[in-house]
Ligand binder design. Structure first.
Ligand code: PMT
Length: 395
């Protein structure tokens, strides 16, 4: 659970803070509220206390509050400081380091990320001094959410409306844009190798790991192309999507798409062997034994890593024993930049599970990513990939 310290300042949009608190709590944030004197002219502390489940803080020098949780304790408690709505006056105070009330003092005292959602009349927003103050705050690593354009409470139309509460929550959840404008090709899911018109060879991959990577990479700013084997998952939005069935089809599509990619992540469980011939008619039952002739498929990730201008190439290794040994061997033999090794065939993690754990190897190091949801794991793996990518490209 993350702790959000919500600062509410005095603007008509203060009524939206009530909905914001409700949505934040729905997302499992613990919310404590600080109100300025003018905010209390627009909405009562009692409303925000009821919604947040905590007493609202209003005074810098209040003996009782100071005992319960003084401004330094509040600042230490916060994982995020969010000001919504943020008036022109509060923005000006922050920009100049003025600390004459609880909220502006907290701004100086916190060491966590700060987000502001401005709300004001459009002329006030466009005023040079406001824009200078905003530029100052951005320089100080404050993240700006909005404002939005539209009709305003004062009757004017323009930029200055506070961003809707749901979009503010989404902005807090957005991961850092570590992969901004990077082109990433990701394979996911199993392949299906036909034997005859009614049967095929496949494996237990659900596509969850590869799809989580694609979705998280897009959230981190990447332009993602997802090449997916047959899975039961919904096609993710904002992602170029190509569906394939066999290892041969996946090979063809990947080799068509790979030029101009910055990175390739091979999370698909590709068949190593495919039936040597596909029978035109259903194979009939004959005798007690039947021997199937198989032939090797092309190794997709190794073919990508063999290209002259190869992208930063990340493979996976799915193992039931000797995880490190096999992963290191694949890293070298396939000429990969990184390999993410996972145990499969265990009670938890690996194929189909919502959870997974990875031991990641690259030529100079290794990192353990402990068991967690595949979404969270995707975040951690992509962060590591971006670090290694930057290290390789700055070398
Ligand atoms: O899909 P889920 O249910 O979420 O499960 C996730 C997963 C277990 C499938 C995933 O985390 C994973 O481990 N994917 C790789 C599975 C695999 O085929 O591993 P491998 O060790 O057999 O292959 C090594 C690497 O070579 C992989 O990156 C694979 O994509 C690639 N490969 C293999 C064969 C082939 N012909 N071409 C390839 O590119």
């Amino acid at each position: 659970m993350k702790n959000v310290l919500l600062g509410v300042t005095g603007g008509i949009a203060a009524y939206k803070s009530a909905e914001l608190i409700r949505l934040l709590r729905q997302q499992n944030y613990d919310v404590r509220v600080v109100m300025t004197d003018s905010a209390m002219e627009f909405i009562t502390p009692l409303t925000l206390q009821a919604l947040s489940g905590h007493a609202v803080h209003t005074k810098l020098l209040d003996a009782s509050e100071e005992n319960a949780m003084g401004h330094i304790n509040l600042a230490r408690w916060a994982d995020i400081l969010l000001i919504a709505p943020a008036t022109a006056s509060c923005i000006a105070k922050f920009a100049h380091g003025l600390a004459d009330d609880l909220l502006s003092t907290l701004y100086l005292a916190v060491q966590c990320p700060v987000y502001i959602a401005p709300a004001m009349n459009q002329a006030m927003w466009h005023k040079t001094v406001t824009q200078e103050n905003i530029a100052q705050l951005i320089m100080h690593q404050v993240t700006l959410i909005g404002p939005e354009a539209g009709s305003q409470a004062c009757g004017e139309i323009g930029l200055g409306r506070m961003t809707e509460a749901s979009d503010i929550v989404a902005a807090l959840d957005a991961p850092e844009q570590l992969l901004l404008n990077k082109k990433i090709l990701i394979t996911a899911g199993p392949t299906r190798e036909p034997l005859d018109p009614v049967r095929y060879i496949t494996n237990r991959s659900s596509g969850k790991m590869g799809y989580a990577l694609a979705i998280q990479a897009e959230k981190m700013g990447a332009q993602v192309t997802l090449v997916s084997g047959p899975v039961a998952l919904e096609k993710p939005s904002n992602i170029a999507f190509i569906s394939v069935e066999t290892a041969a089809e996946m090979y063809t599509v990947v080799m068509q798409q790979v030029s101009e990619q910055d990175m390739m992540i091979a999370a698909a469980a590709v068949a190593d062997y495919t039936p040597a011939t596909v029978q035109a008619d259903k194979i009939k039952k004959q005798g007690d034994e039947s021997i199937l002739a198989l032939q090797k498929t092309q190794d997709i990730v190794a073919s990508v890593a063999a290209l002259k201008d190869k992208p930063f190439t990340v493979g996976f290794a799915a193992e039931t024993k000797n995880l490190e040994h096999y992963a290191q061997e694949k890293l070298q033999r396939k000429n990969l930049d990184m390999i993410a090794a996972n145990w499969v065939g265990q009670a938890e993690g690996g194929f189909d599970s919502a959870l997974n754990a990875l031991q990641v190897y690259w030529p100079e190091g290794t990192k353990n990513l402990a068991m967690c949801s595949k979404n969270e794991l995707a975040n951690q793996l992509l962060t590591l990939i971006s670090e290694r990518y930057n290290a390789k490209n700055s070398a």
